[in-house]
Write a protein that binds this ligand. Structure first.
Ligand code: HEC
Length: 479
């Protein structure tokens, strides 16, 4: 039986190594192909048809490169699965994809902020040609830039026209990658909290993905309904529905997963706006202009509406994504109210900034939004425990840590998910426990977000004993 098992595992590993070599060879070929296509297109620089075709093929080759890289990572995963390198691989995937996500996100939101700034700062009055809406001089990075905005479209559409879409798409793709690496690969540790709802892995992932689709359908219908003609009613309906989603997420997933899903859901709406509405509208306008026809103004209006909508989503998404790292926000009992308030407050600040850029002064929006965010900070503040402490010995605390924490936080964890100490936090010696006492206070006593999802069933009495021991000076000696 045992020998049979070893044999099966070996065969799997050999298969994975074979696949790794195969995919690496394919990757090298694909990369060489991109250079060949590039040089062919370079030789026929004036032939528009060849250029267009080369661009089209290049797009597919890039797609194939991404798929091959994913296949290579999957093969490596199967090779290291069950060894101490598995945790290490997941950590590095997490780092690399996270950096990509942040970088694409900065490029996307940066471009979006830049164009909003352009709109607001254009010179629309002095020395403007008839066909122009405005122009702008700028100095940056040691050079002078001069920019013109057309009222509708130039008479001929230039061959090299820059589109801003891949920032958005790649932000979403890398974000979904992170969702996979952190939450779907580890559903029992990260996505599901059995104290909230007992879900199977398949059910949890289906709910997660399904919720994004449902959110888009609702939002898209809202945008197409007469509701959109009355902005305040549109916003109010949106806020109520978003709060519903926050409530839903916090009643099916772990606290941290609920937060990330709320952010990922809004982020998905933003990218879907770009993919399904903004870019197709722009393509239709460019095609109309190429044929010498007047572009359909309704298309432009639809795109603008979605673009403004995205503009209001930016700050809430950033705020929610960042609070995902702060247990005092997602560890709260009423985390869905925290989510709703954070979103409303940060969207309010965005509204104030927009009005200001348009030269419209509003007195109350900023203070109300800031007050709302301060209220969140106030409401999530720790409740001081009122129970009196008796002298607590290190031996008692150590016994609790051995029983509830060491499964994960040890140089050799015994947990079924964590094969290396999470965040490098180990509690093998008194020194290591004392060094982390403030963090322990925060995670175990105040936010109660450790043990993770209370996997090791820590009791409230034990939390209180730890609090007393820390308040009494975290003495390593047993009195
Ligand atoms: C099931 C595994 C598991 C158990 C059991 C567990 N933890 Fe954790 N712990 C984690 C993971 C995963 C992280 C990193 C993710 C996070 O911060 O939420 C973490 C992070 C922490 C951090 C934050 C470290 C930092 O650098 O921010 C502290 C403090 C902590 N744990 C304390 C404890 C204590 C004390 C116990 C026992 C009462 C405990 N944990 C039990 C998995 C566990």
């Amino acid at each position: 039986m045992f020998i049979h098992l070893v044999r099966v595992i070996r065969v799997q590993k050999i298969m994975a190594i074979f696949l790794l070599i195969l995919f690496t060879a394919i990757l090298v070929m694909l990369i060489i192909m991109t250079y060949r296509i590039h040089s062919i297109a370079g030789k026929h620089i004036d032939d528009e048809a060849i250029h267009e075709k080369a661009g089209w093929i290049q797009g597919w080759v890039y797609g194939a490169i991404i798929c091959t890289i994913i296949a290579i990572i999957a093969s490596i995963y199967f090779i290291v699965r069950g060894t101490p390198y598995e945790g290490h691989l997941m950590e590095w995937l997490n780092i690399v994809v996270r950096v990509m996500h942040i970088t694409f996100g900065i490029a996307w939101i940066g471009a979006s902020f830049y164009f909003v700034f352009l709109e607001n700062a254009l010179n629309r009055t002095e020395n403007i040609r008839d066909e122009l809406a405005g122009n702008l001089w700028a100095v940056h990075g040691g050079g002078f830039y001069y920019l013109e905005k057309y009222k509708v479209a130039p008479k001929t559409i230039p061959r090299h026209l820059h589109w801003f879409k891949y920032e958005a798409y790649f932000t979403w793709v890398s974000g979904m990658g992170l969702l996979f690496i952190i939450y779907y690969f580890n559903t029992s540790a990260m996505l599901i909290d059995t104290n909230v709802l007992k879900l199977s892995t398949a059910a949890a992932i289906s709910i997660s993905l399904g919720s994004f689709i449902v959110a888009w359908i609702i939002y898209d219908l809202m945008c197409k309904s007469p509701l959109r003609k009355i902005p305040w009613l549109f916003a109010l309906t949106g806020i109520i529905i978003l709060t519903g989603f926050a409530y839903f997420y916090s009643h099916v997933f772990s606290g941290r997963a609920a937060f990330i899903h709320f952010g990922a859901m809004i982020g998905s709406l933003m990218v879907a706006n770009v993919f399904f509405v903004i870019i197709p509208s722009q393509k239709a306008m460019v095609n109309a202009a190429k044929k010498g026809m007047a572009p359909d103004p309704q298309k432009g209006k639809n795109a603008l509406f979605r673009s403004i909508s995205n503009n209001y989503f930016t700050l809430p998404v950033l705020f929610v994504m960042v609070s995902n790292h702060f247990p005092s926000t997602f560890g709260n009992k009423y985390q869905w109210i925290v989510l709703a308030a954070i979103s409303l407050g940060s969207a309010g600040i965005k509204h104030w900034l927009n009005l200001r850029e348009q030269g419209r002064l509003s007195v109350w929006i900023m203070p109300v939004s800031v007050l709302l965010l301060l209220a969140v900070a106030y409401v999530t503040a720790p409740q001081p425990s009122t129970t009196k402490c008796r002298p607590v010995s290190y031996a008692e605390v150590n016994a609790i840590v051995q029983q509830r924490c060491i499964q994960c936080h040890s140089s050799r964890p015994t947990d079924n998910v964590y094969t290396a100490p999470p965040n490098g936090v180990k509690y093998d010696t008194p020194r290591e426990i004392i060094a982390k006492k403030d963090l322990i206070m925060q995670r175990v006593v105040i936010t109660k977000t450790m043990p993770q999802n209370n996997k090791t069933n820590m009791t409230l009495e034990e939390r209180d004993l730890i609090r007393c021991w820390i308040e009494q000076g975290a003495n390593p000696q047993t009195p």
